[in-house]
Design a protein around this ligand. Structure first.
Ligand SMILES: Nc1ncnc2c1ncn2[C@@H]1O[C@H](COP(=O)(O)OP(=O)(O)OP(=O)(O)O)[C@@H](O)[C@H]1O
Length: 265
């Protein structure tokens, strides 16, 4: 293995994510209403909440796929999408935003793989496109990462030839290829047949135990109990309650959390 590939495989410093007083509207509909959140390095945060409560929007704001009207996000203390100029916050260039975004992995509900690329090239594409690695080194890295998610024998397949669980594992390997300090998961198992959920959760558990910072939106309460350092319950665009699973899931303080849990447990 080349020195460059080895470097690309080296452990990445887990990131701190801070969300400061974020408000987001779609037209006149307020979707996030003053969200403050701090995720420490290596911490696994699970976000729970009813449908439409703003969970996906919060992940999209963290990754700068959506811009909040008020508030901001920082990764390792570096502002995402804006920079301070005196007391004012100034927009970053599109290029700077892309650089920042490449430090954040995002795994979507529906995999979002490139249908015309093999599994290997799906994973190798981003390090090549961003100029971090040449194609042979990126493919070497992709082979390593696909081995890590249990797909070493499917590198030549196309996404349509894989099960949903396998496609989601490719998507996780792809998210890892840019060595992100944090990975965001938006309902990573909700598009899967029930028998395929376990294989994807096992890969996420492996990432959690390796000390990567993870923020996961999921409805899998048992998984949340097992994996989360902190559970955040969001409703109506606000964080209603947060804490360790033993508190939020087992002894919820807020009626809305109890209500939600009684419906999903
Ligand atoms: N691009 C958009 N334009 C307008 N409204 C939107 C847009 N995206 C989301 N919304 C609305 O914002 C609210 C929050 O959506 P969001 O997807 O963040 O919720 P969620 O908690 O992730 O829900 P679910 O669990 O159903 O995925 C919903 O009322 C949704 O209809």
């Amino acid at each position: 293995m080349t020195a460059k590939t080895l470097d690309a495989l080296a452990d990445v410093e887990a990131a701190t994510v801070e969300v400061h007083d974020v408000h987001k509207w779609y037209g006149t509909h307020r979707v996030l209403d003053g969200v403050d959140l701090r995720v420490r390095p290596g911490e696994v945060t699970v976000i729970l909440g009813p449908s439409g409560s703003g969970k996906s929007t919060l992940l999209r704001v963290i990754n700068h796929l959506e811009k909040p009207e008020i508030g901001h996000v920082s990764i390792n203390g570096e502002l995402i999408g804006v920079r301070r100029q005196g007391e004012r916050l100034k927009e970053l260039s599109e290029r700077a935003i892309l650089t920042q975004r490449s430090r954040i992995g995002f795994v979507f509900q529906n995999f979002n793989l490139f249908p015309h690329l093999t599994v290997l090239d799906n994973v190798a594409a981003a390090p090549v496109a961003t100029g971090k690695l040449g194609k042979p080194e990126a493919q070497e890295l992709a082979r390593e990462l696909l081995g890590r998610v249990g797909l070493a024998d499917r590198t030549g397949a196309y996404p349509r030839q894989l099960s949903g669980g396998q496609q989601q594992r490719v998507a996780i390997a792809r998210a890892l290829a840019l060595r992100p300090g944090v990975i965001l998961f938006d309902e990573p198992t909700s598009a899967l047949d029930p028998e395929l959920v376990g294989e994807v959760l096992a890969v996420i558990k492996d990432l959690a135990s390796s000390g990567t910072t993870l923020v996961i939106v999921t409805h899998e309460i048992g998984f949340a109990r097992e994996i989360a350092d902190r559970v955040v319950f969001i409703d109506g665009g606000r964080i209603v309650e947060q804490g360790p699973p033993s508190e939020v899931l087992d002894k919820p303080r807020h009626e809305r959390t109890r209500d939600f849990l009684s419906k999903v447990l």
